[in-house]
Design a protein around this ligand. Structure first.
Ligand code: BGC
Length: 457
């Protein structure tokens, strides 16, 4: 028989579950901004070029590159801010940066305003890309952390899909200002929403604001024991550690974690995902696919990316990070090899179907592995005292690698051809998989304090 106390407890549990989910879903709106702002450019580039009379390939490349460079700078700058003023206030400031950048971009009267605004939007994208997973990781209970943090990746994939559809259907209308400006909606939602959500309890404890941390945890955790335990553990590690400074980042004990974070961040990019995300329609069209077939390829890629991220979210906390990462990367290798083969055979007729399937295999495999798990691990593996700063350095490495791949890709293709290009990405993925097998720890179900202890040992 269930007693009144049991029923009350069940109601409370449900309330806590919902409070955590609500905060995570809301902050994950930051992921929509990430995905939309990076995804929209490919499609609207021709219209922007006409609007500002950008004729040479270098200027066109700059439209993409400036945002990525801004993201690298934004990631680095926001790390200290998130450690100093807190995750919540940092996210609020980021949403304001987005609003300013997006307004300036949509209404840009002159080319220089447009360049500056692209950089400002980039600052927001870079900052949001690590603060959001960090914040969600710190408010989530250990047994749901993988799924909740990866809601951010789900938003990224949705943002990309929507942006590409918008760009595709508005292409030819010259409406790039509307396409770019639509991102104002999630930017405002993020800013207004985060103002009502709680600050990260771990950050509060670290600041010596334990009472506030307990108040927050009372909304998010089920039992007083759980709360005591969490506060206690963070307090203990905080006591052992000095203040987080740049010197601490170079601390010998932290080096392996920092190295792991940076290498994983770079691997996520150099295995080629954004050659497909940013350029699939262009490259397929150039390889002989018609406009409607390219749209189909775009939808297949975008929808597979979203759906397979949902699969990852379902399984991350059950089977763990490592099996998904390893299995997914193996799938990426198969997809890349098949893509190389498709280009070698020629993508006409049944070759086009084969190429589209290869693309879907590659993107789907990325979506269950490097897509969500790299951001998750970056939020998990660093000690609290330097978590913001260390995560921001790894994130900066991610955007820098993204920039290098984006600017070099089209030149590499023209130098060595499509087949050899994709064979190279396959080889890089094989080497990356070997690294992952050797170095990535399993963090499923552990508290962040336990992860910290394990990596230190
Ligand atoms: C990566 C992005 C990529 C996206 C694709 C993210 O995890 O950081 O660079 O465009 O996944 O879904």
């Amino acid at each position: 028989m269930t007693s009144v106390a049991d029923t009350e407890q069940a109601t409370l549990t449900r309330q806590h579950h919902r409070a955590v989910t609500r905060a995570a879903v809301l902050t994950a709106v930051g992921g929509i901004l990430f995905g939309y702002d990076t995804g929209v450019v490919g499609g609207v580039l021709p219209n922007i070029a006409t609007s500002f009379a950008l004729t040479n390939p270098f200027d066109k490349g700059l439209v993409v590159a400036i945002l990525l460079a801004g993201a690298a700078v934004g990631a680095l700058a926001a790390g200290r801010i998130a450690d100093q003023i807190g995750r919540r206030r940092a996210i609020f400031i980021i949403s304001v940066v987005f609003v300013l950048g997006l307004l300036a971009s949509s209404f840009a009267p002159a080319l220089w305003v447009f360049w500056v605004s692209r950089f400002v939007i980039g600052l927001g994208v870079g900052a949001t890309s690590f603060v959001v997973p960090l914040y969600i990781g710190e408010i989530a209970p250990p047994n749901r952390r993988g799924a909740l943090v990866s809601l951010n990746q789900l938003s990224i994939t949705i943002g990309i899909l929507v942006s590409q559809l918008v760009a595709y259907f508005l292409a030819g209308h010259g409406d790039w200002r509307v396409s770019v400006g639509l991102a104002l909606v999630p930017a405002v939602v993020l800013g207004l929403g985060i103002a009502r959500e709680p600050e990260s309890p771990a950050w509060l404890v670290r600041q010596g604001r334990e009472d506030e941390a307990r108040d927050v945890l009372a909304q998010l955790r089920d039992s007083a024991d759980e709360i005591d335990d969490e506060v206690q553990k963070v307090r203990e590690t905080a006591r052992e550690e000095s203040r987080g400074s740049i010197g601490d980042l170079l601390d010998r004990r932290l080096r392996p974690a920092l190295m792991l974070g940076i290498v994983l961040a770079v691997i996520q990019q150099i295995t080629g995902i954004n050659t497909v995300i940013y350029f699939a329609p262009t490259v397929l069209q150039e390889a002989g696919l018609g406009r409607s077939a390219s749209l189909l390829a775009l939808v297949v890629v975008g929808v597979t990316n979203v759906l397979m991220t949902v699969v990852a979210i379902r399984y991350l906390d059950r089977v763990g990070r490592r099996p998904l990462l390893i299995g997914g990367m193996a799938g990426m290798i198969v997809g890349l090899a098949a893509l190389a083969a498709a280009f070698a055979i020629g993508i006409h007729g049944s070759g086009a179907v084969f190429a589209t399937i290869a693309l879907a295999v590659y993107v789907g495999a990325f979506a269950v592995s490097l897509g969500p798990i790299v951001w998750l691990l970056i939020a998990e593996i660093f000690p609290l005292r330097v978590r913001g700063q260390a995560a921001s350095i790894a994130t900066m490495a991610n955007w820098a690698a993204n920039l290098v791949v984006a600017v070099s890709y089209l030149s590499i293709i023209s130098a060595i051809g499509r087949t050899a290009t994709f064979v190279s990405y396959a080889v890089v993925t094989v080497l990356s998989l070997i690294y992952v097998l050797a170095k990535v720890p399993e963090t499923k179900g552990m508290t962040l304090t336990e992860v910290e202890a394990e990596l230190a040992a």
